[in-house]
Structures are given as C-alpha cells and as structure tokens.
Write a protein that binds this ligand. Structure first.
Ligand code: PGA
Length: 248
C-alpha cells in the first residue's frame, strides 16, 4: 500500500490573486492522509513555496528544459525550478506533447536532467480517443513508458500518471475497468523493467477527476493518487478530492 499522492496541475492558470486558494488549501489539509502537491505556473512557484513552509503542502512545476543552463530564451531549467522551491516536475503532459511536439526521447532526457537535480518526476502517458477505438491503448502506453523513462528510475523519485488524452478537460472518464486495466499494465511493465522499484512507483490517474468520481477511482488497486487539472484550481473542490483519496 503506497501513500497516495494527489497532485494539482494548474496549467496556464493562476495570478497573484489566486494565491488565496493556497491559504484555503493549507487550512483544510490537516486531515489529509495523503501527499498533496500543487503545480502552479512557474511564475507562482516561489511564492507558493514560501506560503507552504510549515505545512505538508508540496509545490511542483509543469515542465522543464532538457538542458541545465544555456542559450534557451524563455525556458526554465530543472535547477531553476528546484531553486524556486519545486520538489516535483510534471513531464510529458499530453498538452506539451501536442502543443510543443514533445517526443518520448525528449521527455526521457528531461526526466534524467530533473532526476539529476533532485526533483521527483511525474511522467504522463495516455492514449488518444482514436488509439483507444483502434484497441491500441496498451501498445501506445507501453511505447510511451519505455521511451519516456530513463534507466535506473527509483520509486522515491518517479511517479507515472495515466491520462487518457480524450478524458482531459472533457468531463469524460474511462470506465473503472478501463482504468484498472491500464494501471495493472503499468504496474506489470514497470516491475519487469525496474524490479522492486517498479512495484513501488506510484501510479496516478488523471483526466476529469472530480469530487463526484474521486472515491471510486481511488478505490481501484494500483491507483495511488490523482493528477487533477480543472478541479484543483479551487481549494474547496480540490479538498474534496484529497479527502476521497485519504479515505482509502
Ligand atoms: P483535468 O486535467 O482534470 O482538467 O481533466 C487533468 C490534467 O491534464 O492533468
């Protein structure tokens, strides 16, 4: 039984005025029996990190560059994110794969760089609706997994998020059987490659997680937490999800 992780991905949302949600989150988090992480836009990482001091709240980033420094205008390195107070970084989110053409090979290089800087990586995988319709889901996810993870990953610093592309921001979710099937596949595949470390890595489900479906998703074996987009922006909704994952 792994300690669950409920991670909020704020995406390109959040201005100074939204920091009040972090105060509310901290106030409501006392009873949480799981790890709680918020990944705001990079502009808010340092301020959220300062606000989180003295609480259990973890702060992460949504992406990093593959290189540690250099001539990459507008990009942020893993070292900078760690310096700003991030402990985690999401990598290979489908929006980055789609909007920025990120490949498995690039995600793998980013993951290695982030791990080298002491960040915990949350590597995202997931099929499109067409790939599911063509019954290629496990093939696609297997290829993403093997291509996106560097060798030698350790459970303490590696989290995998299964996020079906068609479930992100749509209000649609796979059936519980479909989530269980993919998570079982992830567990087997990771165990084959990383042995006991693969057995221990936490597997998050993401894609339209809401207060109304969190408990049933959390109850599935091999679901060790959630990656939450829209429902993480408001503390009251996010706290309901945190409670659902704490009760399991
Ligand atoms: P959603 O996003 O919860 O808004 O569907 C999840 C994600 O993209 O991480």
């Amino acid at each position: 039984m792994h300690t669950k992780l409920v991670a909020g991905n704020w995406k390109m949302n959040g201005l100074s005025g939204d920091l009040v949600e972090i105060e509310r989150l901290k106030d409501g988090m006392d009873a949480a029996d799981c790890e709680v992480l918020v990944c705001p836009p990079a502009t808010l990482i340092a301020r959220m990190h300062d606000m989180a001091i003295g609480s259990e709240l973890l702060i992460g980033a949504q992406d990093c560059h593959a290189a540690l420094s250099g001539a990459h205008t507008g990009d942020l390195s893993a070292a900078m994110l760690a310096d700003a107070g991030a402990s985690h970084v999401i990598l290979g989110h489908s929006e980055r794969r789609a909007d920025h053409g990120e490949t498995d090979a690039l995600v793998r290089t980013k993951a290695q760089t982030a791990l080298d800087r002491g960040l915990t990586v949350i590597v995202c995988v997931g099929e499109t609706e067409a790939e599911r319709d063509e019954q290629r889901t496990l093939d696609v996810i297997g290829a993403q997994l093997s291509g996106s993870l560097p060798d030698g990953c350790l459970a303490a610093h590696t989290v995998i998020a299964y996020e079906p592309v068609w479930a992100i921001g749509t209000g649609r979710t796979p059936t519980l059987e479909q989530i269980a099937e993919v998570h079982g596949f992830l567990r087997r595949t990771l165990s084959e490659r990383f042995g006991n470390e693969g057995q221990e890595m936490r597997l998050l489900y993401g894609g339209s997680v809401k207060p109304g479906n969190a408990a049933e998703i959390s109850a599935l074996s091999d679901v060790d937490g959630a990656l939450v987009g829209g429902a993480s922006l408001k503390a009251d909704e996010f706290l309901q999800i945190i409670r659902a994952f704490s009760d399991q």
